[in-house]
Design a protein around this ligand. Sequence first.
Ligand code: PMP
Length: 395
Amino acid sequence: DREEPNYFGAGPAQLPTNVLQKAALDLINYNDLGLGIGEISHRSKDATEVINNSKEHLRKLLAVPETHEVFFMQGGGTTGFSSLATNLMTAYVGATGTTAPGGYLVTGSWSEKAEQEAARLRLSTEIIFDSRKFDANGKYGSIPDESQWCENIKGKKYSYVYLCENETVHGVEWPTLPKCLEDRDDIEIVADLSSDILSRKVDISKYGVIMAGAQKNIGLAGLTLYIIKKSILENISNAEANDALLAQLNVPVTPIAFDYPIVVKNNSAYNTIPIFTLHIMDLVFQNLLKHGGVEQQEKENDEKAKILYTALDACPDFYNMPVDPKCRSKMNVVFTLKKEGLDDLFLKEAAALKLTGLKGHRSVGGFRASIYNAVSVQSVDKLAKFATKFAKEHS
Ligand code: PMP
């Protein structure tokens, strides 16, 4: 057992204590098998049930339509964006017989890395915009208006368009999908939801692919979940049946364990899936379903974000809020102190109140409070009160 933590780390992140307690028991003896869930074959009846239940529970939570498939793969967010690039380029060849660049909307370091990775794999990419170019200080912290970039992509072909819905490092979150992409029937939107999956309602039918690493809102590191349009899977398989064309077009072959149609055909167990990790994910899904689903979670997350941003905004001479209020993340609240030399004291006094995990990413500095699903309203309230008091005492 443990005291309820107030942990604001960016990931791996705090998970619900009741989920971990159940998982701990199942790690030792699952369903009275006399063996733990991590010790049985990934093809056994019990493991298959975990896979099928996780899929079903996720489908329910996000109202995944019949047009889309759910699967799980080893790796994290990085495996997600690497594998997206090759799979989606292959799908485009399957659909059109030719290639087109992958388009990237760069709003922070994770979308930046995703574009760099696709280019490293020698795939053709195009940065549709880099939000730093629209910022007075040349920094990440805003998303340009559609009027500033949509015109540029009119009539252009892309094998897919990539965006990161929540930039974990910079605290920038897309409030909604861009309308000018949604309106394009010929563009597959692929999105990284690693740090905001299940934090709010999304309309799955608008996405070609969603991927999310597990270690923030949904479980332990080691697994990534995918939701993919079935027609994309067919297009990949069709292209893979014509290897000569893929070779001629210089499209890299996807490593077999990350080849989406192969993983899906094998019900996410083409190779050994970490079933304990998936079981935890499923326990998180079940816990969420029991507590009102994504709708209730979204309400709570809205409340948490409001409490914290309101407290920080109330001390404008003390706290610097670098993100445009229009795209402030409801998961990662980024702030710095205007006065120098107080950062260590802030962390020390917070830690004395058992408020931990607040140090900002090394590339940004300052502080970052990650208020993922499992972080309670009470924890956020405690942090907000501390921030108010700290500002008063040191202004
Ligand atoms: N995308 C996002 C939005 C992330 O926050 C992270 C990790 N913090 C990644 C991708 C990379 O994930 P991983 O470390 O699991 O590869």
